[in-house]
Design a protein around this ligand. Structure first.
Ligand SMILES: *[C@@H]1O[C@H](CO)[C@@H](O)[C@H](O)[C@H]1NC(C)=O
Ligand SMILES: *[C@@H]1O[C@H](CO)[C@@H](O)[C@H](O)[C@H]1NC(C)=O
Ligand SMILES: *[C@@H]1O[C@H](CO)[C@@H](O)[C@H](O)[C@H]1NC(C)=O
Ligand SMILES: *[C@@H]1O[C@H](CO)[C@@H](O)[C@H](O)[C@H]1NC(C)=O
Ligand SMILES: *[C@@H]1O[C@H](CO)[C@@H](O)[C@H](O)[C@H]1NC(C)=O
Ligand SMILES: *[C@@H]1O[C@H](CO)[C@@H](O)[C@H](O)[C@H]1NC(C)=O
Ligand SMILES: *[C@@H]1O[C@H](CO)[C@@H](O)[C@H](O)[C@H]1NC(C)=O
Ligand SMILES: *[C@@H]1O[C@H](CO)[C@@H](O)[C@H](O)[C@H]1NC(C)=O
Ligand SMILES: *[C@@H]1O[C@H](CO)[C@@H](O)[C@H](O)[C@H]1NC(C)=O
Length: 318
């Protein structure tokens, strides 16, 4: 496993192509090309009206990647934040939603299967989790496309030269995953010695500083009513079509705060004492998800190296 990983990192290190292909090569997925010219204005930065909204994201020119930290029940890998969505906010921070009802879908998994994107699906099964476990992940993916994905002007079906039904939906999920993979929040925090703990608290500013030192701009952090860190939002402007992934990182559009200044809890996803199962033997689902997590962890590591068979085996367990 390690040697395969090393081989992959060496391989990737030798490539100088744009991050679009670097990111997606690990599971051999490509999405549609835009036919947009170079040199277009950055979203939210134009000084005159731009006519071609297939090559200029508008009105949702602020693209934000939102991540979850679902700790109870713990969802996704124990050492990674999961995907919430890729949202097109307006330049002033307000947003539109459910923009084109006729484009709404009822089954995200079916769309991705149609395009043969099994590896992407396997990645999503591990890293894009619905906090409502009963409803299931497909339900969150559907919701994210219908509510937010339909609002992107540059991946409207009319922007495709040889459109196949559902193409923009598949592209939306691929772009979301690609953007998420650029933002390894857990690792960034860990490098600043900010790790999940049941005893230690953090300040908002130490979490924000750790993340903004990596991201290059400020980030928005959110906490639940128990002061537990539960979400991170990363903001971008985009040049040209979303498909070209020319993102420019920006500060959050508003200065609002989502966590208290002090006493922020970063709660571990797996609440267990090593060597003993007693602390995880609760009736509220923690045990179930703690063991599920271990399986996801294994599948997740395998997936990184392209061994999707292991992930598929895991998925069959669900
Ligand atoms: C995008 O363009 C490249 C280079 O022209 C081509 O190889 C690739 O097949 C195109 N991808 C799609 C999905 O059309
Ligand atoms: C930028 O372009 C959008 C889309 O055409 C337009 O709605 C907006 O008014 C433009 N902004 C300026 C300052 O002209
Ligand atoms: C979770 O999803 C189920 C099934 O869709 C739904 O009935 C329930 O209301 C949802 N729960 C919450 C808290 O949204
Ligand atoms: C258009 O897309 C269809 C289905 O993906 C494909 O079979 C066909 O070759 C494409 N045509 C052109 C001109 O690219
Ligand atoms: C956020 O705060 C900074 C520093 O106080 C300020 O310069 C900036 O204009 C504020 N941004 C917004 C959108 O209020
Ligand atoms: C951590 O913060 C919470 C409030 O979020 C507070 O109740 C608790 O006493 C703090 N614990 C420590 C060890 O500082
Ligand atoms: C804890 O649970 C695991 C999985 O159910 C089991 O394999 C292991 O033997 C248990 N350990 C103890 C100390 O009970
Ligand atoms: C876990 O809970 C079950 C059901 O309440 C109980 O029978 C079992 O003894 C508990 N196991 C441990 C290790 O506490
Ligand atoms: C579930 O049980 C764990 C361990 O007792 C506890 O920490 C957690 O807050 C509980 N979660 C819910 C949603 O009740």
């Amino acid at each position: 496993m390690l040697s395969i990983a090393l081989f992959h990192s060496l391989l990737f290190a030798g490539l100088t192509s744009a991050y679009k292909s670097d990111v997606l090569r690990s599971f051999d997925i490509s999405y549609s090309n835009s036919s947009c010219p170079a040199g277009l204005p950055l979203s939210c930065s134009n000084t005159t009206v731009v006519e071609d909204l297939c090559c200029f994201e508008s009105p949702g020119g602020v693209v934000l990647l939102a991540q979850f930290w679902d700790y109870s029940p713990g969802l996704g890998p124990e050492d990674a934040f999961t995907i919430h969505g890729l949202w097109p906010d307006n330049c002033d921070g307000t947003y539109q939603q459910f923009c084109i009802p006729s484009l709404e879908i009822t089954d995200a998994r079916a769309v991705l299967n149609k395009f043969g994107d099994e590896d992407l699906l396997a990645y999503m099964d591990i890293n894009w989790k619905n906090g409502n476990v009963t409803a299931g992940d497909n339900d969150l993916w559907i919701h994210e496309y219908n509510k937010h994905g339909t609002c992107y002007s540059t991946i409207n079906p009319s922007c495709y030269s040889n459109y196949t039904e559902g193409q923009q939906v598949a592209d939306f999920y691929k772009l979301t995953v690609a953007t998420h993979k650029q933002l390894p929040t857990y690792d960034w925090l860990k490098e600043a010695n900010i790790v999940p703990s049941t005893t230690k608290n953090y300040t908002s500013s130490e979490i924000e500083s750790a993340l903004s030192s990596k991201f290059g701009k400020k980030v928005y952090i959110s906490c639940d009513s128990g002061n537990n860190l539960n979400e991170i939002w990363y903001y971008h402007h985009v040049q040209g079509s979303l498909l070209d992934e020319n993102f420019v990182r920006i500060d959050p559009v508003s200065n609002s705060t989502g966590c208290p200044a002090t006493g922020v809890k970063y709660t571990p996803k797996i609440i267990a004492t090593p060597g003993s199962n007693s602390t995880t033997n609760t009736t509220n689902g923690t045990v179930e998800h703690a063991s599920l997590n271990a399986a996801v962890q294994v599948a997740g590591n395998a997936l990184v190296y392209g061994v999707s068979g292991v992930a598929a085996a895991f998925l069959a367990l669900l």
